[in-house]
Design a protein around this ligand. Structure first.
Ligand code: AMP
Ligand code: MG
Length: 483
């Protein structure tokens, strides 16, 4: 099945040069009949990939055709899953092909997800079915278009093979994921748990060089990751995004959103909103995300303690650094939330006004995205989203008065608000519909949704229906792990 090796980029595989115990060298397992479903031309250009018209993209991004310069491997890591320690995880269905330098001079991992069994697959088959592949594609590209740090999707390829899942056989697929790196909190935990200080030191040095060249040592790394995660979670909160599986192995050192499984942008607002079918106790509910990030960062800090000479002093320092998350997060979150309303996140009264709106939204089962977009366009539109409209009137009046104070105007505020409040997001019911159509062989709904979310702040007339909230019948309230 494998074809002659092809050159598409100058690979420079820094992770593959780390000690052998960081990974297992593993080529993707060939698939019977690869067929290209989607390809992200813009991202390919950013990466500077050398693709001519005749390039067999399906062969390349299924793993069937070897890439010249790639050094395929499966990374090992550990992690806390739902708070429970798992000493060894790893790429069980993914293979890192290697790293390239993009046209902006940034290092990027190219990984195939669903590429077959690895030593870390355990009971799994190492494959993915079409659903989670298209879901990750749409969600990660939606986040990128919204300006949120995230891994990217370069391609989705159907394998021509069925994979067996709970509900029976499903069409197999492979996602090509692009990331600043795939180093996770769980990667540090893996070596810490083994008392492998030498590996920890090498990993720290590698992560610093790659992501935080200005930072110094383990403490510098911890502080940098805290800052990035605080900024990231604030962005999630401001978009009503729920990751769903914030396990330490799904927390990237780079500060990118990674591992889109049962994630979702919420429709109607509720602070305790949970989508993931396996999140029984709501550990990863919307409003819990900042706290969970702190918990994850504490695990990163703990893992690096053995690298420091004075452990007692280090515990005090690292605790202070991790606790520093709260102030940074709050500052970023309040300013993002206030910007959504044309308000000033530095003013206590404005922050209070913004939170009052969230309380009204929850009581009125109002759609998160549509309320903010509505306020950015025509106040009436936002009001219509609430069940408790009369209760919202007082708030709306005070808000408009506030915008007009100090010589401001509603219209001027709204122009700015339209640049931060998306008109269209990748809604769960639309993603599910696109997947169902794709399984039946029709990629048109996927393409249409993909196009609409690529310009989330400017909705075109022809995509107007994609901005609608789901009806009660359409609403999807449960999402499933992407395996
Ligand atoms: P996730 O919940 O997607 O972050 O995955 C948790 C762990 O399970 C990771 O180590 C994955 O590599 C592994 N895993 C998930 N799905 C599969 C699969 N189909 N085959 C093998 N391993 C898998
Ligand atoms: Mg994961």
């Amino acid at each position: 099945m494998s074809q002659s090796a092809t050159t598409i980029a100058a690979f420079d595989n820094s992770y593959a040069r780390l000690p052998e115990r960081f990974f297992t060298r593993q080529a993707p397992e060939p698939v019977p009949a690869p067929e290209l479903l989607v390809f992200n031309d813009a991202l390919a250009q950013e990466l500077g990939l050398d693709l001519t018209e005749g390039t067999d993209l399906a062969g390349l991004f299924s793993g069937n055709t070897p890439l010249v310069g790639a050094a395929p491997l499966a990374q090992v890591y550990a992690g806390h899953q739902f708070g429970g320690w798992v000493p060894q995880l790893g790429d069980g269905r993914a293979v890192l092909l290697g790293e390239v330098i993009n046209t902006s001079g940034e290092r990027r991992d190219i990984q195939l997800k669903g590429a077959g069994r690895t030593p870390y697959s355990r009971a799994g088959d190492g494959r993915a079915w079409l659903g989670p592949v298209l879901r990750e594609y749409l969600m990660s590209e939606a986040m990128a278009a919204l300006g949120v740090p995230t891994t990217r999707a370069l391609a989705a390829v159907a394998t021509g093979e069925q994979v067996l899942r709970e509900d029976g056989p499903l069409p197999g697929a492979i996602l090509t994921r692009v990331a600043a790196s795939h180093i996770r909190v769980g990667t540090f935990q893996y070596f810490a748990a083994r008392g492998d200080t030498e590996a920890l030191a090498a990993l720290t040095e590698h992560a610093l060089a790659r992501h935080y060249p200005g930072a110094d040592g383990p403490r510098g790394l911890l502080q940098s990751v805290v800052a990035r995660q605080a900024a990231l979670i604030a962005r999630w909160m401001a978009l009503g995004f729920i990751h769903g599986v914030m396990n330490t192995d799904n927390c990237a050192i780079s500060g990118e959103t990674i591992d889109y499984g049962p994630c979702a942008f919420m429709d109607s607002y509720a602070a305790g909103r949970v989508f993931s079918s396996i999140d029984q106790f709501g550990r990863y509910a919307y409003a819990n995300q900042p706290q969970i990030a702190v918990w994850n960062l504490a695990q990163l800090g703990s893992a690096m303690i053995p690298l420091m000479p004075d452990q007692e002093a280090t515990i005090a320092d690292f605790t202070e650094d991790v606790n520093g998350f709260s102030a940074q997060f709050e500052q970023a979150w309040h300013s993002a939330l206030c910007a959504k309303l044309g308000l000033d996140g530095a003013r206590k009264e404005d922050v209070a006004m913004a939170f009052e709106l969230l309380t009204l939204m929850q009581a009125g089962q109002a759609d998160f995205t549509r309320v903010f977009r509505g306020l950015s366009e025509a106040t009436e539109r936002a009001r219509d989203e609430f069940l408790n409209r009369e209760e919202v009137d007082g708030w709306l009046r005070r808000w408009q008065e506030r915008l007009q104070a100090d010589g401001g105007s509603l219209e001027a505020a709204q122009a700015g608000m339209r640049a931060v409040n998306p008109a269209v997001i990748a809604r769960t019911h639309r993603i599910e519909a696109a997947i169902a159509a794709a399984v039946a062989g029709d990629m048109a709904p996927f393409q249409r949704l993909s196009q609409a979310i690529s310009t989330p702040f400017a909705l075109s007339e022809e995509h107007a229906d994609l901005a609608l909230a789901p009806s009660q019948d359409e609403a999807v309230t449960r999402t499933f792990c992407g395996t």
